[in-house]
Design a protein around this ligand. Structure first.
Ligand SMILES: C[S@@+](CC[C@H](N)C(=O)[O-])C[C@H]1O[C@@H](n2cnc3c(N)ncnc32)[C@H](O)[C@@H]1O
Length: 240
């Protein structure tokens, strides 16, 4: 599976951006305003089209790991959910509230700063250091380009950490973005295998939707690549 989108698309050799010691690379990317590869200027259409199929109650608490300044959080809050984002970069968190005209309060909590406005709170700090006790109950997860932004060797740790933070019955709504070289002969289903390998032990996995476009947007536009956008819906396996 290729890591996309990220600060340096995997078409070129890229440093291992998400080792904790490399967090400065993400911070620098936000500081230098290089977010066009992944930040969407509109709410994700697969989110608005399929979210309600989960039949999640209003008031449910939805975790958005590695949230950036995603507008998807606003939409989730408008559906009546309590949104709990986690983001490394204070620049991203500040921009989210400022650009959406939301007045936020800031509170220091351990290694994190928790920003809050209405139904949206964002924990600013390293996702891998977060403890369940701080977040409270989490009923569902919205993951867009969080798992897939991480280097492969960190993904299992990400899933372990995610499971530690959520309720036993919580499901996942997972949007992946994958660049596939047209000429590589690479099977377009690699991400399916990886998601199965990471999640199948504990979750039933449904590939709800798969859309392929011929060119990506912004700097990632490249006629040599397809971009696959997929929605996976994961629900907890029943214990025997
Ligand atoms: C590919 S972007 C996706 C952002 C967002 N989900 C979206 O759809 O726009 C990945 C984000 O994860 C953040 N990030 C990377 N490593 C992190 C970590 N260890 N803890 C918290 N956030 C992290 C980055 O700063 C970046 O904003």
């Amino acid at each position: 599976m290729k890591s996309a989108p990220g600060p340096s698309p995997s078409r070129q050799p890229s440093p291992d951006i998400n080792q904790p010691r490399d967090n400065p690379l993400w911070l620098r990317m936000w500081r230098d305003d290089r977010t066009e590869d992944f930040h969407q200027i509109a709410v994700n259409p697969l989110l608005t089209r399929y979210w309600h199929s989960q039949k999640l109650a209003r008031g449910s608490r939805v975790l958005v790991p590695l949230c950036g300044k995603s507008l998807d959080m606003l939409w989730l809050a408008q559906q009546g959910h309590q949104v709990v984002g986690v983001e490394l970069s204070p620049i991203a968190v500040k921009a989210f509230f400022a650009e959406n005209d939301l007045k936020a309060t800031k509170r220091r909590n351990g290694h994190f700063t928790c920003w809050r406005s209405g139904a949206i709170s964002i924990w600013c700090g390293d996702f891998f250091s977060l403890k369940k006790g701080r977040l409270g109950r989490i009923d569902s997860v919205f993951d867009r380009a969080a798992l897939t932004a991480l280097p492969e060797k960190l993904r299992r740790r990400y899933v372990t950490q995610l499971r530690a933070l959520i309720e036993k019955k919580a499901g996942l709504f997972l949007l992946s973005v994958e660049d596939v070289a047209k000429a590589s002969g690479q099977p377009p289903i690699r991400i399916d295998h990886e998601i199965a390998a990471l999640y199948a032990e504990h979750f039933e996995i449904t590939l709800t939707c798969s859309q392929r476009t011929h060119t990506a947007s912004g700097d990632r536009a490249d006629p040599a690549f397809f971009t696959d956008n997929k929605l996976y819906q994961l629900s907890r396996r029943q214990s025997p």
